[in-house]
Design a protein around this ligand. Structure first.
Ligand SMILES: O=C(O)C1=C[C@@H](OP(=O)(O)O)[C@@H](O)[C@H](O)C1
Ligand SMILES: C=C(OP(=O)(O)O)C(=O)O
Length: 437
């Protein structure tokens, strides 16, 4: 994919539905009694993997261009799939569905693409194992393929015990996996994480009728707890625009001189909105308009104008609220005056790619002065950024972040395997093109 610099970006954009909320709408809808109606669902490859998994377990999911209907069969209504469940490129699908599958009276195998099958799954195998789940890594390397209930006698129901799990990482996928298993456990299940991660599971499960409590402690750690539940009930869900997708247009408007973009209906849940705080700290001109709520989640339209950015430090409790936006923040830092330090972000190493490596490699290819560190990177910005050859390594966030860098750089850029944006934003290049002057 060839990308040329543009003169300006102008206009309005509505980003697709939030990926985290889209996944959860399908999963919770499948486990609920009655029909769940989802509008503004993200038709990205990751969420389609989630749909595929639940269809394979007997859930009727009607997918029309304007809404999705999930005809749920209740907490005990899933049926044994006829072959392995294909989780594609999606960590969220794999880790959340494992919590659900651990309590089903049948065996399943989860497997994905090469990237997914190299990502760490011990982080969910450990707590689910403590609850009594039978979950094995087929190759013994702590990664997928995962065999769930492979030792369970046919027709027997697994029995899960409630635990209090102290997670070493602030991960919504780990937290959600344990909470979903907790729906089926024999008492109160608790998960404490060092810093609060995105809380869509907690908010949405309560909306579906579960009993989830949350507490943020004085040291910043957070505990979510769940009681086993008799029944979930189908809901109407309007998925807010994905702030992780909005991040690319926010950055594009800030970096390309003379630009002004209105980004409509963006989810601004505080556990996701760290990118907006970082932009403000870098001197960005962003106005919130039409602040509202969709299905319990805060939203706003964001009016973004080109700004002179300066470096900042991104660290500590804000990291989980912007973890997927770090490649984009690093690109913004390259165009900002002064030094930006990103630390406490070792989780970047276990995403679709090692994003410390792939982000710094991309920046170096564009002539940026950057040093990777163990838990982040140091970017000395403000020097000319030139076009280059960018290997996306099939990571959607790398492809999109460097496409934006290309718009503001000198000379042309080639993004290898740019089509991987389909994972979270299939219409990304079309939208970008329609806003470019
Ligand atoms: O729960 C979720 O929907 C997600 C949680 C995050 O992962 P971790 O839980 O591994 O931090 C994030 O990176 C991912 O894109 C989506
Ligand atoms: C890390 C991501 O997703 P997942 O973990 O669901 O693959 C992402 O979308 O950046």
């Amino acid at each position: 994919m060839q990308i040329q610099p543009v003169k300006q970006l102008r206009g309005e954009v509505s980003v697709p539905g939030d990926k985290s909320i889209s996944h959860r709408s399908i999963m919770f809808g499948a486990l609920a009694k009655g029909t769940t109606e989802i509008t503004h669902f993200l038709h990205g490859a990751d969420c389609l993997s989630t749909i595929g998994c639940f269809r394979a377990m007997g859930i009727n999911i009607e997918d029309t261009p304007d809404r999705i209907l999930v005809h749920g069969k209740g907490l005990h209504g899933l049926s044994e799939p006829s072959s392995f469940l294909d989780v594609g490129n999606s960590g969220t699908t794999t880790r959340l569905i494992s919590g659900i599958l651990s309590s089903q009276p049948f065996a399943t195998t989860l497997s994905g693409d090469a990237s997914l099958n190299s990502r760490p799954m011990k982080r969910i195998m450990e707590p689910l194992g403590m609850m009594g789940a039978d979950i094995l890594s087929q190759n013994g390397n702590g990664c997928a393929p995962l065999l769930i209930n492979s030792l369970l006698p046919t027709g027997q129901n697994p029995s899960l015990h409630a635990i209090h799990y102290h997670s070493k990482v602030a991960s919504a996928q780990v937290k959600s996996s344990v909470l979903l298993a907790g729906l089926y456990a024999d008492g109160l299940t608790l998960v404490t994480e060092p810093v609060l991660s995105r809380n869509h599971t907690e908010l949405m499960l309560n909306g579906f009728g579960a009993n989830v409590q949350t507490e943020v402690h004085s040291d910043g750690s957070a505990t979510a707890s769940i009681l086993p539940c008799e029944e979930l009930y189908g809901q109407k869900i309007l998925v807010p625009g994905d702030i992780s997708s909005a991040a690319y247009f926010i950055a594009a408007a800030l970096l390309v001189p003379g630009s002004e973009l209105l980004i409509k209906n963006v989810g601004t849940n505080p556990t996701r909105a760290g990118i907006l705080e970082v932009c403000r700290a870098m001197g960005a001109d962003i106005t919130y308009l039409n602040e509202n709520r969709d299905s319990g989640e805060p939203t706003a339209d964001l009016l973004v104008r080109t700004s002179t950015l300066h470096g900042t430090t991104v660290e500590g409790a804000i990291i989980p609220t912007l973890i997927d936006e770090i490649p984009m923040i690093a690109v913004m830092a390259a165009f900002a005056e002064g030094t930006t330090i990103i630390r406490d972000a070792a989780e970047l190493k276990v995403k679709e790619t090692d994003r410390i490596k792939t982000t710094t490699e991309g920046l170096l290819a564009m002539g940026v002065d950057v040093t990777p560190t163990d838990d982040g990177m140091i970017i000395r910005g403000g020097n000319p950024v030139h076009g280059g050859q960018i290997n996306s390594y099939l990571d959607h966030r790398i492809a999109m972040a460097f496409s934006i860098a290309a718009l503001a750089a000198e000379g042309n850029t080639e993004i290898q395997d740019g089509q991987c944006v389909d994972v979270s934003y299939p219409s990304f290049f079309t939208e970008l093109h329609s806003l470019s002057l």
